[in-house]
Design a protein around this ligand. Structure first.
Ligand SMILES: CC(C)(COP(=O)(O)OP(=O)(O)OC[C@H]1O[C@@H](n2cnc3c(N)ncnc32)[C@H](O)[C@@H]1OP(=O)(O)O)[C@@H](O)C(=O)NCCC(=O)NCCS
Length: 201
């Protein structure tokens, strides 16, 4: 069993300087607000987003569904958990117009959940983003950025002034996304992980 250190960046943002006008979803997608009954749905979206990614090595719970479910339950029970910064993105196959969804569409079996984010207020009054994830088939069309902005808007509505997240340094795409939205690197941290013969991607 080898101890490996993953370099991670803490990145921060001033919520007063965020341009929230850009957070429009493409047609066929909608935001779904927090509801405790959605723990399994968040867990599944998290699992499908993270299972083949570097962070599943850094946090082994992200590599299996039950681990994601436990993590979601823990996050939702935290004292600073913020429902207004916690969202899913749903996708309806074949619904490509920008029109409002009907009730039937909202409850349709053709609905899939393709993105998840959670927000927590820490003990210093910062908004902490937890595990932003978009499932692979729906990446690179703007959803990650829009979902993050939605969570940041929730922090601001809760009266918070600053937010942060941690990202594994090797996760270039995520680091680029955060920089583009205005996050700046505040410090570097190292996470020690015991890897049991798991290849590091
Ligand atoms: C990081 C992650 C959330 C980004 O999600 P995403 O939906 O792909 O993000 P976006 O679409 O907003 O941005 C990704 C890229 O698509 C591009 N893009 C955005 N809208 C686009 C569009 N309409 N057409 C073409 N490209 C577009 C962006 O410019 C960006 O390009 P870049 O990689 O060259 O910088 C996603 O890759 C993911 O879930 N990764 C695995 C989990 C993970 O590591 N999460 C981060 C933990 S800290």
């Amino acid at each position: 069993m080898a101890l490996t250190y993953f370099k991670r960046f803490r990145m921060e943002i001033d919520l007063n300087k965020v341009d929230f006008s850009r957070h429009r979803l493409p047609a066929g997608y909608r935001f779904v607000p927090w509801n405790p009954a959605l723990i399994p749905t968040h867990a599944e979206a998290k699992y499908l987003s993270f299972r083949h990614e570097i962070d599943a090595n850094v946090f082994s719970c992200l590599g299996d569904y039950e681990g994601c479910r436990r993590l979601m339950t823990e996050i939702s029970r935290k004292e600073g958990f913020l429902p207004e910064a916690t969202w899913l993105i749903a996708h309806l196959d074949g619904h490509e117009s920008g029109a409002e969804w009907t009730r039937g569409q909202v409850e349709s079996d053709a609905l899939t959940f393709v993105g998840t984010v959670q927000g927590v207020e820490d003990r210093f009054g910062y908004g902490a983003i937890q595990n932003l994830g978009i499932v692979p088939d729906h990446r690179n069309c703007g959803l990650g950025g829009v979902l993050l902005l939605k969570a940041l808007e929730g922090f601001r509505r809760a009266g918070l002034k600053r937010a942060y997240l941690e990202v594994t340094a090797q996760n270039d795409g995520a680091v680029r996304l955060y920089r583009r939205l205005g996050f700046v690197k505040a410090r570097t941290v190292y996470k020690a992980v015991e890897l049991m013969g798991v290849p590091v991607r």
